[in-house]
Design a protein around this ligand. Structure first.
Ligand code: HSE
Length: 421
């Protein structure tokens, strides 16, 4: 029998206990031993919970118990779980976590401490989709050319509602919160940070890159308006918040931002709270992963799979997938200005003669070629000019935005979105 302690018994923690109890027989058959949750650590002992489990509010009490074989960390936050995970690993106890923020900042430190002790984190990225397993083990023969993922269910739910039903941003967010998908602070979801944390975890496995959230480009979906949606529909695009990791010669691009993407692409069809990830390997080609990226049962499914794996194998593969680091200095993060893409701009202007000529002069001077253009009136005197460009460098488009903002008939800073091929 294997005994586990669960730190943090919220929605996911409760679902882990229920799966272990209700699927006991099949789990025992697959793991070879029974896996029994014996203690849960919670902040509030008085809160009503729907499970039968001994609870304590003392992390120390649970960590000091000699009979605990595996520690499950589902607390959220960074500093407190960091202390607990460090301590558990130092005691030689395997750890399973769903904590993407902890890993976004401390994965290399924790990998060093773990050494040969199992440290698993399947639930930290895309909930129930076994993407860590796929990337770390299933695709380990490949150079990973790119990863493109819809990694945040809340943002995808909001965008889907805005595009398909014309729902207002705030109402769609409230619906996602009511469904239990959003983070405690929803700016983590809509600002792209949650997806950024997940992308960093995936990119460590793919590229051995030790980047922090502050090192990469992260933009959210807050600025998207009905004008952008109208433009996307008119030209056959969908809008998705994508986490993108790709290798371009010897540099790695890591970025999270909304994109316009052709609406016939597979990933454009991932709607609602679902997550979807495309991984392209140099040998296997494109592989696709789809499923529930959040919610108690889906996330707990990944946590329990890690527990079964640990009980079966103890240590299957190195935490981040590399036994030896890649050659030092071989792969670098690409600077933002050097990213190449097509771009969409929404430019609010006073609707009068000559405005378009002034704007197109800026594009011409910077050698940016326009691919499509649409005007949508705001009222009788102002309008949004909506422009899609051909491929250019991000540095050029940022210069164009500053120059256009300074033009007299332009009412405010243009809104920019990248168009993903
Ligand atoms: N808030 C996250 C989402 C949940 O909306 O996808 C799981 O990380």
């Amino acid at each position: 029998m294997v005994k586990i302690a669960i730190f943090g018994v919220g929605t996911v923690g409760e679902a882990v206990v229920k799966i272990l109890q209700e699927n006991r027989e099949i789990i025992k058959a697959r793991a070879g031993k029974e896996i029994i949750p014996v203690i849960g650590v919670v902040k509030n002992l008085n809160k009503k919970r729907n499970i039968e489990l001994e609870l304590t509010d003392s992390s120390r009490e649970a960590l000091d118990r000699n009979d605990i074989d595996i520690v499950v960390e589902l607390m959220g936050g960074i500093e407190e779980p960091l202390k607990i995970v460090r301590k558990a690993l130092q005691l030689g106890k395997p750890v399973v976590t769903a904590n993407k923020a902890l890993l976004a900042y401390h994965r290399y430190e924790l990998q060093d401490i773990a050494g040969d002790v199992a440290f698993e984190y399947e639930a930290s990225v895309a909930g129930g989709i076994p993407i860590i397993n796929a990337l770390r083990d299933g695709l380990s023969a490949n150079h990973i050319k790119s990863i493109k993922g819809i990694l945040n269910g809340t943002s995808n739910y909001i965008l889907t509602k805005m595009i398909k039903n014309g729902t207002d941003f705030k109402i769609a967010l409230a619906e996602a919160q009511a469904l239990g998908y959003a983070e405690a602070d929803p700016t983590f979801d809509i600002g792209g940070f949650d997806a950024g944390h997940k992308l960093l975890i995936l990119s460590s496995i793919a590229y051995g890159i030790d980047a922090k959230p502050e090192d990469i480009l992260i933009e959210g979906i807050e600025g998207i308006s009905s004008y952008d949606i109208a433009f996307a529909k008119e030209f056959g695009y969908s809008i998705k918040l994508l986490g993108i990791a790709k290798i371009v010669i010897d540099e790695v691009e890591l970025r999270v931002h909304p994109v316009m993407i052709r609406d016939n692409e597979m990933i454009a069809k991932v709607d609602g709270v679902m997550n979807g990830i495309s991984v392209v390997g140099d040998r296997v080609g494109e592989t696709l992963y789809y499923g529930a990226g959040a919610g108690g049962d889906a996330t707990a499914s990944a946590v329990v799979a890690n527990l079964i794996d640990i009980v079966r194998h103890n240590k299957k593969s190195p935490m981040l997938g590399f036994k030896h680091p890649l050659e030092v200095g071989k792969l670098k993060l690409k600077e933002r200005g050097k990213i190449e893409s097509k771009y969409y701009l929404r430019i609010p202007v006073i609707d009068k003669a000559g405005v378009l000529a002034e704007i197109s002069r800026v594009f011409g001077d910077l050698d940016i070629s326009i691919e499509a253009l649409l005007q949508k009136n705001i009222n009788s005197s102002s309008a949004n000019i909506l422009i899609a460009t051909h491929q250019t460098r991000e540095r050029n488009i940022l210069r164009a935005i500053s120059k256009i903002e300074a033009l007299q008939p332009v009412l405010s800073r243009p809104y920019m979105m990248r168009i993903e091929k």
